[in-house]
Design a protein around this ligand. Sequence first.
Ligand code: FAD
Length: 454
Amino acid sequence: MNDGLRNEPIAVVGAGLAGTLLAILLARRGHRVRLYERQDDMRRVQVDAGRSINLALAARGIRALELADVMERVRPELVPMPGRMLHDPNGGLTFVPYGQRPEEVIYSVSRPGLNCILLDAAERAGVELLFRHPAVGADLARQKVIFKNDTNPSHEIPLARVFATDGAGSVLRRALVEQRNVACSEDLLKHGYKELTLRPLPDGRPRIDKHALHIWPRGGFMLIALPNIDGSFTVTLFLPLTGPDSFETLTDAAGIEAFFAQHFPDIRQLMPELAEEFFQHPTGIMGTVRCQQWSLENRLLLIGDAAHAITPFHGQGMNCCFEDCRELDALLANNDDWASGFRQFETSRRPNTNAIADMAIENYLEMRDTVRDPKFHLHKALSLELERRHPQRFVPRYSMVMFRDNIPYAVAYERGRIQNQILTTLTQNADSLAAVDYAAAARLIEAQLPPLPN
Ligand SMILES: Cc1cc2nc3c(=O)[nH]c(=O)nc-3n(C[C@H](O)[C@H](O)[C@H](O)COP(=O)(O)OP(=O)(O)OC[C@H]3O[C@@H](n4cnc5c(N)ncnc54)[C@H](O)[C@@H]3O)c2cc1C
């Protein structure tokens, strides 16, 4: 590197999922790395997990964790979820597999558990960890990042090779937006979420099927549950913030009990602490961040949610952040020109992060509503059938996003759009798989969907 920065430590700001993984990858390339985190060390002190206690881990995330050599530590912490379990209002259950091969599974993993494994690995890789060090701002004109810590209310470091991994509310993104007039939208969803707990039976057995992502779709809102390794489930209610049937209207214990008894009677009876937890736990907000510029020369790069937070409905936010880290690692390897590496990262990554942001919003509608439509189930079944017949060309969009780590999100989005048109055409006059015209299907697929990489 010819910019006089080689001996300066790299600063990674935010020791969440993206920051810790990135710090490991940089340290493994021989860089000195300092990782700053505003909270305490979660391995020693219980800190506010902030949001979602558990997460769905899929192929893109796994590939990046493998690159950092941490998958062996992570694997025992995973609960496989081979499909969705749909709960209808009468307690009826329908299991819908996510894919059709044994390896087409997503995994539930504890957020703090995964973060702790990454922190241990960062420490082993030689990363210097600085907890209780919140970044409070940056002065881009003076090229300084400003931190606060227990002994110093204003400690500055040079703005040189700084990675902002400080999450959706990034302080460093705000500095870029405010001081460089960078265009940035933060679209908050009109729906919020609340996390609740479904405890295991006294003998540790789970109260509902452990190997599924459970969904109670109710049109305008939904409840989901992801398993934990101890037999408990993290249950999340997604609901409008205002209006009828909203967080605004659920103000007392009786109202909450009645709402659950009406819409989710099967799970309501399994959660005796429902109302208590409902009031104790915060109502989370969700949104999509689209920022027109992620980098400043070779000085600053936004990465992870700081650059492109998305809504959680495709279970891809973390997976996408991990893929960011892997792609950036490849771009910076053997490249002394970090300014151009940062620009390339932005250029190649932005169409993909935009695509997954859009797919995440679309998936909310699918999870809470479309899954109740019989046509949806015919489309899903036909997608799998077409994949069996044309495995190189027709891969369901969900599978491209969740199980394939070599198909960019933007490609999955565009092919998914074409595939959807094909499915609509083929099911116009068919109400079962047997009634589909498979010769017409083959013609449409060969004309419109070029073969995918293996
Ligand atoms: C309800 C919900 C469910 C989700 N489910 C899934 C899922 O199933 N699968 C999936 O892939 N993704 C999921 N996500 C998305 C996922 O949580 C995020 O994409 C991921 O956490 C982003 O990682 P990050 O490191 O960029 O940010 P974060 O995880 O937010 O980490 C940011 C870190 O920076 C620290 N920090 C913040 N500000 C400062 C500061 N000023 N100075 C220093 N440190 C700071 C924070 O304390 C934190 O440690 C979900 C999100 C939500 C809200």
